[in-house]
Design a protein around this ligand. Structure first.
Ligand SMILES: Cc1cc2nc3c(=O)[nH]c(=O)nc-3n(C[C@H](O)[C@H](O)[C@H](O)COP(=O)(O)OP(=O)(O)OC[C@H]3O[C@@H](n4cnc5c(N)ncnc54)[C@H](O)[C@@H]3O)c2cc1C
Length: 469
C-alpha cells in the first residue's frame, strides 16, 4: 500500500518549484519541498524585505519599547539560502501567472527588472492584506495598519514620538490585543466599531466580559459608529477621526477593520476562487489547476464541522497547509485534516478562546442550536487563588452533536479550548463530552472541570443523550 509520505510520481532531477510568498505558509511549503526532494530547485519570491516571521507576536512586541520588531523573525533570507538550500528572493513580486505555459512573471522591486519564471509546480502563499478604509484623510501620517512586520516597525517608530491618544478602528481580536498594547505604552485608547457590538461572532456573554476588562483599564468602546474620514492638525499629521456621530481627537490611529485574501493573481490566471473570496483548494491543498497548490491566508480551508470550505485565516492553519502544499508539490499525497475554527487571544488579564460555531453561525448553517453559559472556579475550592472561568457551549438539539464553545477567564482558560477543539474534530455529542476523563488536581482544576459543568447543563437541552462506545 502506498503511504502518504511516498512520492506518487516519478521525480526528475531538477524539478523547478516556485513558491510565491515567504511567511508562514510560503516558507513551510518551500522548506518541506526541499526536504522531501533535495534535488529540486525551490525558489521563493517574496515582495517584502522579511521572510518567516511571527506576525502573531507583533502586539506583544509593540507593547515592549525595548524589543526590536525584527526579534520576531524566525528565519533570515541568508539562513534559508545557506542552511536550507532554498533560492530565496526578497523584494521580488509576482505580477502575472500564465497557467497554460506554467510561467510566473516576476518583478525585481529593487531594479525594476521583469523576468518570466517557468515552473513544474507552483505554491501560492500570498497571504492576506489589511483593509485600508477608502475614506478621505485615511492616508495621513499617524494612521497605520498592523499586518506585515514593516507595519509593526512603523508603529513602533510612531510610538517613540510619545503620542497620547489612540483610536483603534474595528473590534476584532487584533484590535483587542492592540488596545492592551497601546494602553501598556501609556496611551489613552478608544475603540470605534461600526457594528452594534465588538468581537463579531462571539457570544454576548463573552463580549460582556471583554467590555468589562477594557473598561477596567480605561479603554472606551464606541459601537454603532460610522467613520467618514480623518482630519489633519496644523502639523499635517492626523488630529481626529471623523464619524457620522461626531469627531474623536487622536494622535495615532490604528485601522484594524479586517483583512482580505490576496487572491487576485490566482483569479486573474483563471484559478477557481471559492465563495469566501479566497483561493479554492481541495484537502490536498491543490487548486483547480493540477500543477498549482495554495495554502495559508490566501486559501480556503476544509471545515470539519461544516464539511465544506471556509475562510478562517490563522497562523496555525497557514503552517499546516503550507507544509502539505510543499510536500504535495513534489509529488506526495498528503491530506489536510481540516479546521474547526479554533482561535484565542488575550486582552489585559483576560484569556479568551473559541472553537467551532457560535449559536448564530450554527443557525445560519441549518442546525438547531442550544446554548449554555456557566461560570466556575479555575481551581479546587480548597486551593487559594482561583478565579472564575466562563464556558459557553453550543450543541445541535436533535443530534446532540457539539457545535462550538467559548472559554474566558484569568488563568487556564485559553488552553482549555483544546479539549473542545478535539471534541469538535471528533464530532462528539454532549454526552461524549460529559463523559470525558479530564484532569483534576487542586492547583489546576476543580473536581468538576468548568467544561464538564457546562456539558452537564447542556445535556438537559438536547434530545440525543447516548454515549458512544
Ligand atoms: C497582529 C496579528 C496577530 C495575529 N495573531 C494570531 C494568533 O494569535 N494566532 C494565529 O493563529 N494567527 C494570528 N495571526 C494571523 C497569522 O499571522 C496569519 O494567519 C499568517 O501570517 C498567515 O501566513 P501566510 O503565509 O498565509 O500569509 P502572510 O503572513 O500574509 O504572508 C504572505 C506573504 O506573501 C507576500 N506576497 C503577497 N503577494 C505576493 C506577490 N504577488 N509576490 C510576492 N510576494 C507576495 C506578502 O508580502 C507576504 O509577506 C495574526 C496576525 C496579525 C497581523
Amino acid at each position: 500500500m502506498k503511504s502518504s509520505d511516498t512520492p506518487t510520481t516519478n521525480v526528475s532531477a531538477h524539478r523547478r518549484i516556485i513558491v510565491i510568498g515567504g511567511v508562514a505558509a510560503g516558507m513551510s511549503a518551500a522548506s518541506q519541498a526541499k526536504r522531501r526532494e533535495p534535488g529540486a530547485d525551490v525558489i521563493v519570491f517574496e515582495r517584502g524585505p522579511y521572510i518567516s516571521y511571527g506576525a502573531c507576536g507583533m502586539p506583544y512586541n509593540v507593547m515592549d519599547p525595548q524589543r526590536r520588531i525584527d526579534d520576531l523573525v524566525v528565519l533570515t533570507p541568508e539562513r534559508a539560502i545557506n542552511d536550507r538550500g532554498i533560492d530565496l528572493r526578497v523584494r521580488h513580486e509576482a505580477i502575472g501567472l500564465d497557467l497554460p505555459s506554467q510561467r510566473v512573471t516576476v518583478k525585481n522591486l529593487e531594479t525594476g527588472a521583469v523576468t518570466d519564471e517557468p515552473f513544474d509546480a507552483l505554491v501560492l502563499a500570498t497571504g492576506a492584506s489589511a483593509i485600508h478604509l477608502p475614506l478621505p484623510g485615511m492616508d495621513l501620517p499617524g494612521i497605520v495598519v498592523l499586518r506585515e512586520l514593516t507595519d509593526g516597525g512603523r508603529l513602533k517608530k510612531l510610538l517613540a514620538s510619545k503620542p497620547k491618544r489612540a483610536i483603534v478602528l474595528g473590534g476584532g481580536f487584533i484590535a483587542m490585543e492592540m488596545c492592551h498594547a497601546l494602553t501598556e505604552r501609556g496611551l489613552e485608547v478608544q475603540v470605534l466599531e461600526k457594528l452594534p457590538h465588538i468581537l463579531s461572532g462571539w457570544s454576548e456573554e463573552t463580549v460582556k466580559l471583554v467590555l468589562e476588562e477594557l473598561g477596567r483599564h480605561g479603554v472606551e468602546v464606541h459601537t454603532g459608529v460610522e467613520v467618514t474620514g480623518a482630519e489633519a492638525g496644523p502639523d499635517g499629521r492626523v488630529a481626529a477621526v471623523v464619524t457620522r456621530q461626531g469627531s474623536y481627537p487622536a494622535d495615532l490611529v490604528l485601522q484594524a477593520v479586517g483583512i482580505r485574501p490576496n487572491a487576485m493573481l490566482a483569479a486573474d490566471a483563471g484559478l477557481r476562487i471559492g465563495e469566501t473570496g479566497a483561493i479554492w483548494v481541495n484537502q490536498f491543498q491543490q487548486t483547480s489547476h493540477p500543477a498549482v497548490w495554495a495554502g495559508g491566508d490566501c486559501a480556503e480551508a476544509y471545515h470539519r464541522l461544516l464539511r465544506k470550505n471556509a475562510w478562517i485565516p490563522l497562523g496555525t492553519t497557514a503552517n499546516k497547509q503550507g507544509r502539505i502544499a510543499g510536500a504535495n508539490a513534489v509529488g506526495l499525497h498528503q491530506r489536510f485534516a481540516g479546521i474547526v475554527g479554533t482561535s484565542g487571544f488575550r486582552v489585559f488579564d483576560l484569556e479568551l478562546a473559541r472553537s467551532g460555531l457560535s449559536a448564530n453561525q450554527a443557525e445560519a448553517e441549518g442546525f438547531e442550536p442550544a446554548t449554555v453559559t456557566v461560570r466556575q472556579s479555575s481551581r479546587a475550592h480548597s486551593y487559594p487563588g482561583s478565579s472564575p472561568i466562563q464556558v459557553t457551549l453550543v450543541a445541535d438539539i436533535p443530534s446532540g452533536i457539539l457545535l462550538g464553545g467559548e472559554i474566558a477567564g484569568r488563568e487556564g482558560a485559553a488552553l482549555r479550548i483544546n479539549v473542545l477543539a478535539a471534541a469538535l474534530a471528533s464530532h462528539m455529542t454532549v454526552s461524549d463530552l460529559q463523559g470525558l476523563d479530564l484532569v483534576y488536581a487542586p492547583p489546576f482544576a476543580p473536581v468538576w472541570d468548568p467544561i464538564l459543568v457546562a456539558a452537564n447543563q447542556l445535556i438537559k437541552k438536547v434530545r440525543t443523550q447516548e454515549i458512544r462506545p
